[in-house]
Each structure stands twice: as C-alpha cells, then as structure tokens.
Design a protein around this ligand. Structure first.
Ligand SMILES: [Zn+2]
Length: 734
C-alpha cells in the first residue's frame, strides 16, 4: 500500500450500522460494481477493520454535516443524519478518479483516494432547485434523472412548478377534467411569446401529466436521496389550464372561450380565479386535500405571482367581496385570497410558501417567501415582518437566461446569467443581521418556455447548478471563482461519464465589444474563465494555438476581420468568434446620443437575432435621436438602417424615420421623412429588417437620425395593448 492514499480493491469492506445507511449506500456501490468491478463486501459492527469504509453515527456533528477521514488502511465516515452520510459519500466519490461514474468497466484505473480529513456542513438548510414542468411537461423518468443530478450537487429541495397557463400536470382524482382538459394544448412550436392563442375546438395534442402513482414514485425516489419535493399549485393567476377545464371558476365578466395557452396568451393571461366565488375555494381545498396526501413535504407552494387584476376590477362578485370584507382594493383582495387558502393549508399541518408578490399585502401566517423579482429584495419586506425567506433572484438564479455570449446560445429570454454571475452571487449582500437570520437559503429555477426536450433542460441547468450549489453550501470566505474552476473541470468529467448534456462551451466562449474610435474600430474580447488564453487572427484564418494572444483592446483597420477563440494549451475550448465587420463611410464614426451604447450603430457589426446580444440600442416604448459624426465632410448617396423584428417581444420598426444632414453640426437639412404604417412595421417572425434610402448626392459631416416609437401594439397583435420596442443595430452610409 502507498502511504497517503486509500486504495479500493476487491477486498474492501463496507461497514454500516443500520438499514438506512445500507439503502443509501446502495446507489454508490452500484457505481463501484460497474466501473471498478468491485463487488459489495458488507460487514457490520466490526469497527477495527482494515481496508474498509466505516460508517459511524456521531451526534456531535451538525445536521447534514459529515466528517470524512481517509487514511491508508481505512476510511471513516461520520455523520449525525442520513443526509450527512450521503454528502460524505458524494465527497468520497469526488475524490476518486471521475471514471468511477462510468457506465462501463474502467480496467486500467487505480481506485485511489488521497489521505485527507474533511469536516464539512452546509451554510444553508434550504438548497433548492425549481423545475417548471408546466410550460413543458417532463416525463417522470427525466425528473428522476434530474433528482440524481441534484443529489450529486447536494441540493435538498426540489420545487415542482406543476401548474401554469400552459398546463396542469398533476392528476387530481376528484377532478379528472384538470388533466383530461387542462394538461393538453394546441400544437405551436414557434418562439414562445409569439404563439397565437388556440381557436375554440382546435385539437390539443401537446402536453402530459403525472399520475398520482408517478408522483409517489418521484417523492420516494427523491426522499432516498435526502431531497424533499415541494409541490407548487399556482393561484390566483397562471392557471388558465385549470380554468379551461372549469371556466365557471373565473370571473363571470370573462368572455370565453378559455383554452390552455401555447404561449403567453395576451389578454387571456389575465384570466384568473374569481375571488368572489366560494366555489373557487371549495375547489382549491379539494385539490389541496389530495396534494397534502401525495406530498409529505412540510411546504405547499401557492404561487401568487403576476396576478393581473383587470377582471377583478370589473367583476361584481369580486367587488362585492371587497365590500363585504372591508378591503381596500384588488391588491388587498389577493392578500385576502391567499390568507384564506393559507389558513386551510395550516389546518392541514403544512406551511405556505409563495413568490414575493405575497408581500404586497398581508402575508399568510407562517409563510416562507421566495424573493425572485429582479434581485430578490422584495423578500426582505417579509423578513422585516419576521417571516422566513429564500433568495431566488431572477438575476442570477433564473437559468432561463443566457449562460454565455448570446451569439452561440440557443434562443431564450432576456439577458445573461453566466456561470460566473451565479458563482459570485452572495445572498447576504446588503442584508442586515435580523434579515439574514431569517434567510433559510437559496433556490435556482429553470423555467421551461424555451425547452423542447429533456436534453435542452440539462443544457440550461448544468454546469450552472454546480456554481449555485457552492453558493448554497459554502461560506463566502471559502468561495473563489478561480479556485472553483479546477473543481468544476473535475465535475464536468463526471458529467461526461454520467451522460449529462451540460453546456460545455458556454463558459469558454468569448464576449466581444466593438467600439468606434476616431474613425477606426477597437476590439475588446473577454472570457469569464481567467485560466484560458484568448487568441485571435485578423486575416480571416481560423485561430489556433500559435495565433496572437489577446491581452488588451486593439484596433483593426478597414477590411480586417477578427476571428478569436479561447485555448488551454494547444486545445481550443470554445467556439470560434467571427466578427464580420462590414466597413462603410460611417464605420468607426462617433455617435452622439442619450443612449449609452449608441456606438454599436457604427461598429460595422450586425447583431444576431437576439435583442440582448449587446449589439442593439433597445428603445422600449420610446424613440431616439442619434447624430453620427463622420469625422470630416464626406459625399454619399445612400443611408441604410438595420433593425430587429421579433414579433413575440413586440420589437418592430419605428413609426417614423427622419434623416437630416449638416456640414457644420448646427444647420441641418431634412433629406428623409418616412412614416411606416402598422402594416409595414408590425411583421411576424424574427428577422433583420434593412431600411435603406437613396438620396441625391450629399456632401456632409453630420447625419442626424430621428426614430419615433413603434407605438402600442394594436388589437390582434399577440402582445396587444403592450408598448412596442425598437432594436436598432447599425447605420450604413454609402
Ligand atoms: Zn371575480
């Protein structure tokens, strides 16, 4: 035997104290059997074994904590709870070569663990992950696989978002219509928010749900991995699915038909439960009765987010309720609604959990609040009233957002939450000690609007869940981004063996910024990993291990194209970034504007089809004015503007474009005044729109561009009544 290592072999014994430990150990032993060809040699009670892994209960250790002591002849694992033994086993597995997770016999590996003593316990008792199975139904088998992976990351709560406008996913015996009708929607596969509502009677082939047996299987499977499954039954909003089965449960002012939504749903998304109708409460109480039977969790999550009150304002029943209960307004009516349900849930011996909109009114007794909006700080309002809370801020814990440079990522919503953003988040920032004492933990969420299959879900979750799990587990003084990366690289090898479809390149892909600078372009490249070399070319060749190393912003000249990638040694790690710079008379010109990033208009670079990729001036519900300074008088006869059109986000052409020119920057002459009709500007789909104007030969130094807002979306638009936005990305002058 080597000093300083413990080596597993065919004679290694596993010494457990009881059946619970044995059951927990079984999953790990299966890996040893398959990849190391080491069979199970059980032993009990013999503490002084050599060549053994010895489990020992130690009630002096904190709950979920463990003590792992590896010596060259014995491994001791001590814990006070099954969770502690499990997390200790996880650590032991991660000290072994990653091939231990292989699905085939890895013959040539020495199964050695370095001699170490690790005493470890989690910072937070709540380490949660939310899976949205309502937007996109995920089959039971996939949920079980996700549970395996959660366990690998020491996550101890799985929050299932079971109900939304796009589907009701839980069998309720009392109301079979909930899944017969509510679990199925019309066939649409375009960009989520651009999906038109179904017409009445349209077939509903897309969907699925969990039978009560499925749920029992999921709950039991998770419990064996020390994970508690929390059900979320949304109310009073995000439940068009149940209302399509039981339309009488919405306000009588709602004009039908109500069908399960394939997308956001426009005005239909404000169809919610009627707060003035007592049948709503008897229905929800029946549902909760079955939910409490199915889920042993101490929590029932009742949603509570994004409840638009348009119908409550018009509904005589709701208005009557406000009067009878002496409530101030519709916001107070929602508080009354969730308190009534909260009381019922408490009467069942359970606790209420809900999104941070519950802090808009009286918070239900004993509730735990999940802070999600923006930076999650709405939850502090709950803490200030003595309620426990969990930080689940959309930034950076909503894994629906992009995890890397958007040019390389699949289409989704909004901006970026990179792996580094997740890792560097510290929930206690700007929190006082009273608030911090009520912080139970943190939660990451995967919303599934843009997920089409389980592999896509894995891509969005991993490896960001690894960064999240360190935030949940470790104290900030032990978290360093550069020290995390080698651990992550080891973990991704485990992912490879387990077959996890993780995002292997996003963390290596390059962010770029191309800025006009005195008539030239300045290129800035960056990678969230500091442990790579960024290399580039300007002659259109593919970058390789001998290309120039990027160490500071550099300028390019007319005609040059930048290609770049990250390398570790000779190995290229990410995608090749190609900056297809298209030079014209405005390229590199400075832009005067109130818009902070107006330089993108003259950087020679067209954006992708993603509004948030960094290449667009995003004008939400407004127009804009831009003055391009060509540096000196130039003669030209054409100006062309490039815009984005994304119907589902109401990104459209402006309602009017004016162009004026000037020789001196003081006196301008109008050369273009073009109004665009609704028909011209509100097109469907996602695409670039080039709008060009031929001019009589002009000789000028300044070009002033005035864009007028695209306006409020008209009736029939998928986002009707919402303000539109303009995505402006490039000006060409020729
Ligand atoms: Zn009503």
């Amino acid at each position: 035997m080597h000093p300083g290592v413990f080596r597993f072999d065919g004679n290694t014994r596993w010494v457990t104290e009881n059946m619970t430990q044995e059951k927990l150990l079984a999953d790990y032993l299966e890996y040893f059997r398959v990849s190391a060809n080491i069979g199970y040699r059980p032993e009990s009670g013999r503490e002084n074994m050599k060549n053994a892994v010895v489990f020992r209960t130690n009630n002096g250790l904190p709950d979920e904590g463990y003590l792992l002591d590896v010596k060259n002849n014995v491994v001791r694992l001590e814990a006070s709870s099954p969770s502690g033994f499990q997390y200790g086993m996880n650590t032991l597995m991660q000290l072994l070569p990653p091939e231990i997770y292989s699905s085939k016999w890895e013959k040539d590996i020495e199964w050695e663990v370095p001699a170490v003593t690790i005493k470890d316990y989690p910072r937070f008792s709540y380490r949660g992950f939310m899976l949205d199975v309502a937007r996109k139904f995920m089959p039971k088998e996939h949920v079980l696989k996700i549970i395996d992976y959660l366990s690998l990351h020491k996550i101890n709560y799985l929050h299932l978002h079971l109900v939304d406008d796009n589907g009701w996913r839980l069998e309720i015996k009392e109301y079979p219509e909930l899944t017969d009708v509510g679990a199925w929607r019309a066939d649409r596969y375009n960009y989520f928010s651009a999906r038109q509502n179904p017409v009445d009677g349209e077939p509903t082939p897309v969907g699925g749900y969990y039978s009560q047996k499925d749920i029992r299987d999921i709950v039991a499977y998770a419990a064996n991995k020390q994970i508690e499954v929390i059900p979320e039954i949304e109310m009073p909003a995000h439940t068009v699915s149940s209302l399509s089965a039981f339309p009488h449960l919405t306000c009588p002012v709602v004009e039908g038909p109500i069908n399960v939504l394939p997308g956001i749903g426009g005005d239909l998304s404000s169809v919610i439960y009627c707060a003035g109708n007592d049948s709503v409460f008897s229905f929800l109480e029946d549902v909760i009765d079955e939910v409490t039977q199915l889920f042993p969790s101490e929590y029932i999550h009742i949603g509570g987010d994004e409840a638009w009150k348009d119908n409550w304002e018009k509904c005589p029943l709701c208005q009557n309720r406000i009067k009878e209960e002496g409530l101030e307004d519709e916001e107070a009516l929602q508080a009354w609604f969730v308190n009534r349900i909260g009381d019922y849930i408490r009467s069942k011996g359970k606790k209420v959990m809900g999104w941070d909109e519950l802090t808009n009114g009286k918070i239900p007794e004993g509730a735990t609040i999940l802070g999600w909006r923006g930076d999650g700080r709405h939850a502090l309002k709950a803490a200030d009233q003595g309620f426990p809370f969990i930080m689940s801020p959309a930034i950076p814990f909503y894994f629906i957002r992009y995890q890397g440079p958007q040019w390389f990522e699949p289409f989704t919503y909004f901006g970026n939450n990179t792996l580094r953003d997740v890792y560097n988040y510290e929930p206690s920032d700007d929190m006082n000690s009273g608030q911090f004492n009520l912080l139970k933990g943190v939660q990451a969420c995967l919303w599934s609007e843009f997920i089409d299959d389980p592999e896509e879900a894995e891509y969005m979750i991993f490896p960001r869940l690894a960064a999240f799990s360190e935030v949940a587990w470790s104290n900030p003084e032990n978290r360093y981004w550069d020290q995390f990366l080698p651990r992550l690289d080891h973990l991704t090898e485990i992912y490879d063996h387990l077959g996890v479809n993780y995002a292997s390149k996003s963390m290596f892909n390059l962010f770029h910024s191309v800025r006009p600078l005195d008539g030239n372009l300045e290129i800035d490249l960056s990678c969230i990993r500091p442990d790579v070399d960024v290399r580039y070319t300007t002659d259109r060749d593919e970058p390789d291990a001998s290309s120039t190393i990027y160490d500071a912003p550099f300028e390019v000249e007319d005609g040059e194209i930048v290609r770049a990638a990250s390398f570790v040694g000779a190995e290229r790690k990410g995608e090749i970034l190609t900056l297809n710079l298209r030079y014209n008379k405005a390229t590199g010109a400075s832009v005067m504007s109130e818009e902070h990033n107006a330089g993108v208009l003259t950087n020679g670079l067209l954006g992708s089809e993603k509004l948030t990729d960094g290449e667009y001036v995003d004008l939400y519900n407004r127009g804009g004015e831009f003055v391009i300074d060509l540096g000196k008088k130039k003669s030209f006869s054409k100006v062309t503007f490039s815009f984005l059109n994304n119907y589902g986000r109401a990104v459209h052409l402006p309602s009017e474009i004016q162009v004026s020119v000037s020789e001196n920057g003081r006196k301008y002459r109008l050369v273009v005044d073009r109004k665009l009709s609704e028909h011209e500007r509100l097109s469907e789909g996602i695409k670039h729109e080039m709008v060009g104007f031929n001019l009589d030969q002009v000789n000028a130094q300044y070009v002033k561009i005035l864009l007028k807002a695209t306006g409020i979306m008209p009736e029939g638009h998928v986002l009707e009544n919402d303000p539109g936005r303009i995505g402006f990305d490039e000006v060409r002058v020729e």
